[in-house]
Design a protein around this ligand. Sequence first.
Ligand SMILES: *Cc1c(COP(=O)(O)O)cnc(C)c1O
Length: 852
Amino acid sequence: MNGTRFTLEVQPILPERLQRLQELANDLFYSWDREVRGLFFRLDRQLWDECGHNPKLFLRRVSQKKLDRAAQDNVFVEDFNRVLSSYDTYRQERYRSGLEEYLDPESDLIAYFCAEFGFHESFPVYSGGLGILAGDHCKATSDLGVPLVAVGLLYHQGYFRQRIDGFGNQVAHYVDSEFADLPISPALDAKGQEVHVQIHLPGRGVMLKVWKAVAGHVTLYLLDSDLEANAPSDRAITHQLYGGDVNTRIQQEIVLGVGGVRALTSLGLQPTVWHINEGHAAFQILERTRRWVAKGMEFEAALELVAAGTVFTTHTPVPAGHDMFEHHLISSYFADYIDDLGIGMERFLALGTMPENPHVFNQTALALRGSRFHNGVSRIHGGVASEMESYVWPQVPPAENPIRYVTNGVHVHTFLAREWANLFDMRFGGGWRNELLSQEFWKRVDEIPDHGYWSLHQSLKAELMVDVRRRVRAQFARNGCSDAECERLMRFLDPDESGILTIGFARRFATYKRAALIFNDPERLARLVNDPERPVMLIFAGKAHPHDEPGRHLIQVINGFSRRPEFEGRVLMLEDYDLSLARKLVSGVDVWLNNPEYPLEASGTSGQKAGINGVLNLSVLDGWWGEGYEGDNGWAIAPHGPEFDPAYRQREDARELLDLLEHEIIPLYYDRNGHGFSDGWVKKSKQSMKTLMPRYNAERMVMDYVMGFYAPAARQRRRLLAEDAAGARELATWKSRVRKLWPGVRVSRRDPPPAKIRAGETLPVHVSVELGGLTSDDIVVECLVGTEGERGELLIHDQYQLTARETDAQGQALFTLDLSPTLPGLQYYQLRAYPYHRLLSHRFELGCMLWV
Ligand SMILES: *Cc1c(COP(=O)(O)O)cnc(C)c1O
């Protein structure tokens, strides 16, 4: 055919009775409410898939006939009204009781900044774990009624769509979003005007448009630089998620950090707590500080005030995950800004400095120095982060520095399969939705009859197999496989024979995640998966970052194994891992495998998604599983840490993995009773579901933030803000005095210490402090008593504060304590001094400490 092809789209008119479908399509509530999505699905399931599960796009394309027919269909209309009424109830219920104890829902507001948000596959402004976690945070926040607004960037191109070609190469496709099809609208100010804000880049201003997306009770504001007012290169700043070069990166982060603060101001919002979710958003600290400086405050006091109300979460121990900018970039982008802050370049650069690499500005360092509440995302990661970032508090032992942890959790309504939700409704009543924090409640999982439990999971697996068949066919037919070849690949994917043990592995293909570990001994694995009595199936999926050559190579490796005769049909590598495939996999497989290189998995969340669906975890004891594993709720690979030789680690971890598979997992799964299922498996799966559901869901995570971070930050900010910020000024002045004088402080013991005392006696402890210009009120002297650990460290048992006695004319202060030990026998004690002020958020936040 010759000539131009013109596009025409016939847009339907919503029948009166179904008018509010439009409203449902415009609230990201649909991203976690399966009933809402079910309405669209029922209207036209093929179109629903074709539209990438995007309700707005769907409503533009659905046929008038189908809509009219649905409007006449009383069953549909009744269901529609029921969904609407539960939506309306959700919208009306604001605060879950108990919150007022921590936050004032009327005046407190948390501003949550993140570079990506993963709500749903139809809204592609995320790449992976971080974004999905941010989406889950917002969803759980909405469920709980925590007052929060989120701030991010509106990318024209989200993360790439992945294809895997016939050679196992990853081919990246970037798809432009049509903003009209996204669940967003321009944000409006009080006068009903669109909100546009300006930021400054070297030699020019850049205008940003603010969009908003509604997700239940949470509003997400997204910034967009693609405006006619901007030069073409500036229009491209928000074009691609993590796209472009280092200039694009710093520009995106200025848009997010500086632009984000300005957007909230223009909207008339006044957050009381600011949460920086990963270092990308750290520049917000500068903008908030600048605003106080503009009101006449001195920089250091302004920074104290800002930091007091700021929470920072770091998400990875992998160095490449931490943004660092060369100093020349910082000085070119922030030259004017530094003047506005009233400080010099040196002070500015010091905010982002790290001793290991003094020529870069590290966003993690800035975020830590500009916040007083910091955390990693699992117990293990909290410890790793404390070590990694210990330079911020150089004299403080890492274990005691202010980095704590909140273990990640997943949003249950997003990732729990509909069939499980229905079963809970039937068994427990709809109230289970309010019991996500109760470990007691979830013991009721045991009430579910074993057979029903097993068969529900089997039916989810059958559903997964149908979906996998569809994906395999599309993927391999495109790569030129014949029908016969496709059938051969799918010969074990029989939804009617879904009793085959199926293992899932899906995540980002970063090398530390070691996707190919299970193939370390391919002969042994081949023997296991091909056992005619007890076969095994492995399903892989995941994207590698387009610039990550080793990551892309891993995809080829897995793909290569999947095409070897001994693995063909037993091992599948699916393309285009996204939220939609994730939901299916984490509920449909039997075992969820995770074998990262310890301790590089900060938390991991996909295993939590699997766990709440009764899927058993087989994972290295790293990240969340280091806490989640209890001995009887899954399987653990005890990792070999970085102290071992890499080849040895790989071999031993792989051997342990295959041992577990061969000797525990396969036998347990195939240990079928007279009713065709495995009692032992069901028992373990129930144990997993009931222990993991109440502990690794996003409501628990959000409440941990509320109680341990948001509420203390709100309180700390109020303390420093009171009386015209007198506290912030006092603290800043005190800190600068201490920083200057601390190098002159000396501590020593005055009395010759006896090494033995009798039970019941006390030990007199006298410490002399050369104050170096400070006063004895500025200093705490502390005695730690304990025993010695395996690595020679002091295991602290008791801590005592010494009392300040007299100070002599030379500035020597005496501190004393009559120590009465509570431990018997051999023990150790240590003495240390650190600066102290009642307005500190954390007693060691200055990072100063001296030991006797
Ligand atoms: C949950 C999820 C992730 C993160 O999983 P990890 O276990 O942290 O690797 C990444 N991508 C998608 C699509 C997910 O759903």
